[in-house]
Each structure stands twice: as C-alpha cells, then as structure tokens.
Design a protein around this ligand. Structure first.
Ligand SMILES: NC(=O)c1ccc[n+]([C@@H]2O[C@H](COP(=O)([O-])OP(=O)(O)OC[C@H]3O[C@@H](n4cnc5c(N)ncnc54)[C@H](OP(=O)(O)O)[C@@H]3O)[C@@H](O)[C@H]2O)c1
Length: 355
C-alpha cells in the first residue's frame, strides 16, 4: 500500500461509521494530512448534517490550523459542488486554501458527477483521482444502486441446516443460527434502510424485525400482504417501528403503519422495489421465506446474499432453502458451527464497476 492508499483506507474506515444513519446519502470519510501526519479526520454522520470534509476540517486543532493551507485532503468520494441540505463542500475546500485533494471515486450522482473535480481544478487545486476506487464503490454500493438502478440495493439473507432446509416440516419456526450470529444479523439490520418478509413468514414466525441485539436504528419493516389477510395482533403491527404493507387493495396511513397499493401490471417485486424507491429507502434486507427469496433470485432482482449454514444441524425434511450454486461466492466466515457465505449477483452489480 502506498501513502495515498494508506490514507484513503482510513477514509473508507471512517466512511463506514455512517452505515445506517446517512442513507440515502453516501457514506463518506475524509482525512487531512500535513507532512505525513493526520491533523484532521471526519465522516458524514447523519443524513441532513455536515459532510465528511466539513467535519474533518472542523476537527483540526487550533494549533494545527496554520498547516491546513499546506495539507493534502483525502476524501472517499468526490466533494459536492451543489447546495443540497448543506452548502457545497468544494467551497469550503477552496476557502481553506487546501492545495491538493485526493479522491477515491467520482460521485456519479447527477448534481455532482465531475462538477466537484472541475470546480477544484478551476480554483488551481491539484486533484488526484481513483485511489482505492473499487473499495470506495463497494462502500457506497447502496447509494450507487439507488441512484443508477432506481431501486434499493437488495440483500437476501437466510439461515439453513447443513442439509439445506430453512424450516422443518411442521412449519414451526426452527432455531437455526447461534446467538452470536443472531447479533451479527441484527447489526446487518441496523445498516439497512428496510427489511422485508413474505406473508407466510409474517404469519408463521410472527417476527419483530427490529434491531434488538445491536445498537442502532430499526429498519423500516416491509411485508407483502396482497389481500390484507394478516391479523392485526402480529408483532409487525405493534407500532415499535414503521411497517409498510404492500397490498392490492388500498393506500392508507396511520402512525407507524402505511398501506401501499400496487397493481399487477408488473411483477409484484418490481412494483415493491419501485414503491420503496419512492419512499427514499435505498437498501433492503430480505429475510425470507423461501418463496419470497426464490422470487427475487428468479427475477435477478438481488445484489448480494448472506447465507448462514448451521453445520451441526440436520433437519432431514422441510422447506428447501434457495439455491445459489451458480453465483459467485466472495467471502466466507465461521461463527462456531455457523458458516456464513456471502454471494454477489455479478449481473446486477456490474454497473458499479467494482471488477
Ligand atoms: N431459516 C430462515 O432463514 C427463514 C427465514 C424466514 C422464514 N423462514 C421459514 O419460511 C417459512 C415461510 O416461507 P414460505 O416460502 O412458505 O413463505 P414466504 O416466502 O414467507 O411467503 C410467501 C407468500 O408471500 C406472498 N407473496 C406475494 N407475492 C409474492 C412474491 N412475488 N414472491 C413470493 N411471495 C409472494 C404470497 O402470499 P399469498 O399467497 O397470501 O399471496 C406467498 O404465498 C416459514 O416456515 C418460516 O419459518 C425461514
């Protein structure tokens, strides 16, 4: 790793601290380096609040401020050049007389794309691009998918027995993953804007779909209930966090409960993703059941899958887990007897340009 990559990797570390709290904005980190020493660090912490560059500049100690005009600013994404919820970051960079800016990748969001770089160059600032670009695109896969594919980034997740079942024959919810993996799953929940289950899972499992085992926010709960047959006593309707019912019958709203009507002119999942896009929800964790997961796979409407296999559990019969054998596994980890495999759908994520 050269020096630029070293500082950029710190930017990317900082950027991910905004997971779950900045969406649908991108996660961005920035560091200010004077003569081989980091004198400022910042990241975009919350949607609507200051961007990474501004937090980074604000973090510089009073006694170090004299070095700013001779420092290099590293940012994991091209700085904005437009007025959004906050003023343009390029203006702050220019007014602070920073002579050199290093960015990982351009912000392909229409209002920025190249304009940030152009404004810096016009002000006589040196700009270095494409440092750890593919890692930076990966960090902001949700943001780029939301803006380019006009739909949330879709993550499929399920737990299965060693012999490939997600539920036992008696249809009672089977405990598959261990307690540590459960915590990890709740961390995953805290990082996504929305979480979805099918009608049958809502009925049989009665899940809360909240982030109870990890700090952070609850995702918006989404359930497909086309004919509004789910009973009101389900935990999904307990008001603890927002739930959206995707249905064919009505549009309506109550505190923490929303009915969104779709029609059948398109596949249900296409309409569902459109509805979520319209609500500004930039990522979706799909937690089952089998029919719903399989529908996403059949339509190619998924980006990533996280499959937990309890290698110490055999169910012998039951509901078969979806099959991802033809897809690319890009990572694997073990938590006690749970194997966690991560898959990517290359045909849906190729627009990111990661590979
Ligand atoms: N191990 C795990 O990770 C895990 C996770 C979740 C669930 N589960 C288990 O999975 C079982 C439920 O799974 P399941 O496959 O029977 O049902 P499911 O996928 O939860 O729900 C399927 C139902 O959702 C509705 N739906 C509407 N549009 C759909 C579409 N485009 N694609 C799919 N579904 C659509 C349909 O209900 P209508 O027919 O009413 O329209 C369909 O019958 C339970 O036993 C649960 O315990 C396991």
């Amino acid at each position: 790793m050269n020096a630029d990559e070293h500082y950029m990797s710190r930017c990317l570390q900082l950027a991910t601290l905004g997971a779950g709290t900045v969406a649908p904005n991108p996660m961005v980190g920035a560091v200010l380096v004077y003569n081989g020493t980091i004198i400022g660090e910042g990241y975009h912490q919350k949607f609507g609040e200051a961007h990474a560059e501004i937090n980074c500049l604000a973090s510089v100690k009073e006694e170090d401020r004299k070095f700013i005009k001779n420092s290099v600013l590293y940012i994991s994404l091209e700085p904005c050049a437009h007025f959004g919820k906050t003023p343009p970051c390029v203006d702050s960079i220019i007014s602070n007389n920073i002579p050199h800016v290093v960015i990982a990748c351009r912000d392909r969001f229409e209002a920025v794309n190249g304009k940030g770089v152009q404004k810096l160059l016009s002000a006589g600032i040196k700009v270095t691009e494409q440092v750890l670009a593919s890692q930076a695109l990966q960090v902001n896969k949700r943001f780029f998918t939301f803006n380019e594919q006009k739909r949330p980034y879709v993550i499929l997740k399920w737990a299965q027995s060693k012999d490939g079942y997600i539920a036992a024959t008696n249809a009672a919810p089977a405990k598959i993953s261990n307690e540590i993996t459960d915590k990890l799953v709740h961390k995953w929940r805290s990082e996504e804007a929305a979480i979805l289950v099918g009608t049958q899972t809502a009925l049989v499992d009665n899940p809360s779909l909240t982030t109870r085992l990890w700090m952070g926010k609850n995702p918006v709960r989404i359930v497909i209930d086309l004919n509004l047959r789910l009973p009101a006593h389900l935990k999904l309707f307990d008001g603890r966090s927002k739930t959206i019912l995707i249905n064919l019958l009505k549009d309506d709203q109550k505190p923490n409960l929303q009915w969104v009507k779709i029609d059948l002119s398109k596949p249900v999942l296409t309409s569902l993703l459109e509805a979520l896009k319209n609500q500004g929800l930039s990522s979706l964790l799909v937690e089952g059941g089998a029919k719903l997961l399989q529908s996403f796979i059949q339509l190619g409407l998924w980006d990533e899958a996280r499959v937990i296999t309890n290698e110490a559990l055999q169910l012998h019969s039951g509901l078969r887990a979806p099959d991802l054998n033809n897809f690319r596994q890009f990572d694997e980890q073990k938590i006690l007897s749970d194997k966690i495999q991560l898959f990517q759908n290359l045909s849906s994520i190729h627009h990111l340009g990661i590979f």
